[in-house]
Design a binder for this molecule. Structure first.
Ligand code: KG4
Ligand code: ZN
Length: 335
């Protein structure tokens, strides 16, 4: 098998990230500059601000990733970058930087799908040697809530996904309704710890068999909004609302994921993406699955470049290469 030492760059959303990874497994460096604080004042991501910040941060972040890995550009086999899906202005910064480096240093270039990156974050864990295909991966983040049957490296079958908001988007919007800081996911996770998940019964949408493996979160968000209107802002039962909302999201995600896993005879369930950091989701999935459940460590759940390198490794060893005319694809599909 060809060895690989890959520098990967990820700028699809609001994290400027670069990492150096050996053979898709060993992380030599993994640098992430988050813009969350910058966007907190807008209560969500401001695309123009995100791309300007990427421009400012990309070279320091790449430089730090190379220094922390103790290597020079001559030691690299390939430069990989997220080409989609994501925000066009953000993606362009990463892709143009990767192209510049590939040209200047005469290295092969590889464009990677961000979702394949999240799926590949599991190859970077201590469990990587135990993984036997097929597995079922729930990619659950601020932009995506999708179920994929992973048949092999690079072979995916889409089983279902959200019909409206992504689960992370619902966490962020409900966080705002409850007056919690952005991003809402970690804030709700923390607030829910002291809340009663049965205080309010929020709807669990499209749970029936005929809806297949799809999800819907927009009705839930509206139900929380309606409930908040029953209180004066200073009397809002934030912890109970957070816990009850989170319980509904977790129920929907667990029910569909476990059903899909059983229907397809997989060896394990994998969780990936920012929302897979959620403690209630992890716990409920472990309890309900009846098979191994694997999750990345917290720093590999949210956007990072190590996962992009992990995905790139398998393309690189199969001889794939992209060229300098490669463009960003903001709505890139995995299958
Ligand atoms: O994967 P990610 O960094 O970016 C996308 O590709 O979207 O995911 C970010 C999302 C945000 O919506 C954030 O609120 C959510 O992941 N998130 C969480 C938690 N940590 C991050 N949601 C629920 N519980 C958490 N602990
Ligand atoms: Zn992501």
């Amino acid at each position: 098998m060809r060895a690989s030492r890959i520098l990967a760059i990820e700028t699809s959303c609001d994290e400027t990230a670069a990492a150096v990874v050996d053979n898709g497994r060993i992380i030599l460096s993994n640098v992430i500059a988050s813009q969350a604080e910058l966007h907190a004042q807008y209560g969500g991501i401001f695309p123009e601000v995100a791309s300007r910040k990427h421009v400012e941060m990309i070279y320091p972040v790449v430089d730090q990733a190379m220094r922390e890995a103790f290597i020079g550009f001559d030691d690299l086999n390939c430069i990989a970058v997220t080409r989609g899906p994501g925000l066009v202005g953000s993606l362009l910064v990463g892709v143009n930087t990767a192209k510049g480096l590939a040209l200047a240093r005469n290295k092969p270039l590889l464009g990677i799908n961000h979702i394949e990156g999240h799926i590949s974050s599991l190859w970077l864990t201590d469990h990587a040697d135990e993984i036997e295909f097929p597995v079922l991966t729930l990619v659950v983040s601020g932009g995506h809530t999708d179920l994929y049957l992973v048949l092999d490296h690079g072979r995916y079958q889409y089983l279902g996904g959200t019909l409206d908001d992504a689960a992370g988007e619902a966490f962020d919007k409900v966080g705002r309704l409850l007056g919690l800081p952005y991003p809402g996911g970690p804030a709700i996770d923390a607030a829910a710890e002291d809340g009663n998940p049965n205080a309010f019964h929020f709807p669990r949408a499209v749970m029936q068999q005929e809806h297949g493996y799809n999800f819907s979160f927009s009705g839930l968000k509206t139900a929380v909004l309606r409930q908040t209107k029953q209180y004066r802002p200073e009397h809002l039962p934030v912890r109970d609302l957070a816990a009850s909302f989170q319980a509904a999201v977790v129920d929907m995600l667990v029910e569909k994921t476990v059903r899909a896993a059983n229907d397809h005879g997989v060896t394990a369930i994998h969780l990936a993406g920012g929302v897979s950091a959620n403690r209630a989701l992890r716990m409920a999935m472990f309890e309900a699955a009846g098979m191994p459940v694997r999750v990345p460590p917290q720093n590999l759940c949210t956007d990072n470049a190590a996962m992009i390198a992990a995905a790139a490794h398998h393309h690189f060893i199969n001889g794939r290469q992209d060229f300098l005319d490669m463009d960003v694809i903001p709505s890139l599909q995995l299958v």
